[in-house]
Design a protein around this ligand. Sequence first.
Ligand code: PLP
Length: 442
Amino acid sequence: MSHVFYRNPYKKYPVVARGKGVYLYDRQGKRYLDGCGGAVVSAIGHHVPEVVEAIKAQLDSVEFAHTSQFTNDPQEELAELLAERAPGGLDFTYFVSGGSEAVESALKMARAYWVQMGRPEKWMVIGREQSYHGNTLGALAVGGNLWRRAIYEPMLYPRPRVAPCYCYRCPFGRHPESCSLECADDLERAIQEVGPEKVSAFIAEPIVGATAGALTPPAGYFQRIREICDRHDVLFIADEVMTGLGRTGAWFAMKHWGVVPDLMCLAKGLAAGYVPVGATMVHHRINDTFHNRRNVFQHGHTYMGHPLAAAAGVAVIRYMSEHKLVDRSRKLGKYLREQLQAACGDHPHVGEIRGRGLFVGMEFVKDRESRTPFEPETGFHNLVGDAAFELGLILYPTGGTIDGRRGDHVLIAPPFIITRSQIDRLVEILGRALERATKQVA
Ligand code: PLP
């Protein structure tokens, strides 16, 4: 009998035995092509010797020293590498152990900043519908994932939610030709509804992952968001937990639009799964406020700045830089989308294939013409995900919210080292999985 509290007690989990490159192997020796880096985590592939050696070397010198007593070389170096690559001005990094912690830190940092600025009435963080920022209570409160929130709703503080930028099902009934960025202007409405004097920050994922299958904003969206935030003294938090560190073909997705957030959350790709780590990057304007007033940011977690996590992060960033993997994510992402479009683009249950870099989403529909979604209980994304898994391909099925219901997509986000022929194989298996799922709903 297993004593593990499984995330899904009805599911039979194979035991993972080892990983190499884009492949994972279970104890029975079955090989799986990792088409999604687990949950968009494994950015450079499995068992990269340079990263494994860096972690071992750190372990040989010191495994842990608390950051209230010491700093350590790897965290200093990782902060420097991040500052060199981040949008200009995000010069400081607060290290934590995962994405939710990075978001919690950002929410509290925004509040603490306004208190220091003599505006303690500013506390509320506004988020969007159809978004995901983590499962801890603060992160859940600002997220718009209805089914993850449902039973915890009484524990979450109420706040308005801003419309998603969901061009395939535009909440304002627009088409690309008639788009005037009403989805961005919806933030203005929400700020006015609460009163700008109460709003401390707005949080958004640059390209929405877990709830929306790589939902990509229309041109000009984030520039408009930045303007609105500036006009109302509202900080902008970019949640780059999924999109950061090269996933979308730029070191950080915000660089695609030349927008500098005030705070930026990272995790997943930061140590690419080798060790748990997260980070909140901080604009020097905010850092200076704490520093100049000699104020401590009243927060903290035991494992922040952990030497092993930081050593892994340094090794991952160096490996990505040496092998030009960000560029590779951009080029191979384009190839992946083209191949998916050619193989599955006309399938009756494929509504849209979207994304940027090696961050690709496929949205499923019951009826392609009318864009009618499947009934939530069909769970088409899980049928495709399960069929693919059986065929040796790992996809990330994600259920978002369409018209208040659970959405239907898979994320395809392989390690950046994937080759063109491995992409061809991924597309071929995905096509077969799609056919199997289609037969199940026929
Ligand atoms: N933010 C975003 C955009 C995410 O996609 C996730 C996880 O999927 C999180 C935050 C939470 O990260 P974690 O699961 O590491 O707590």
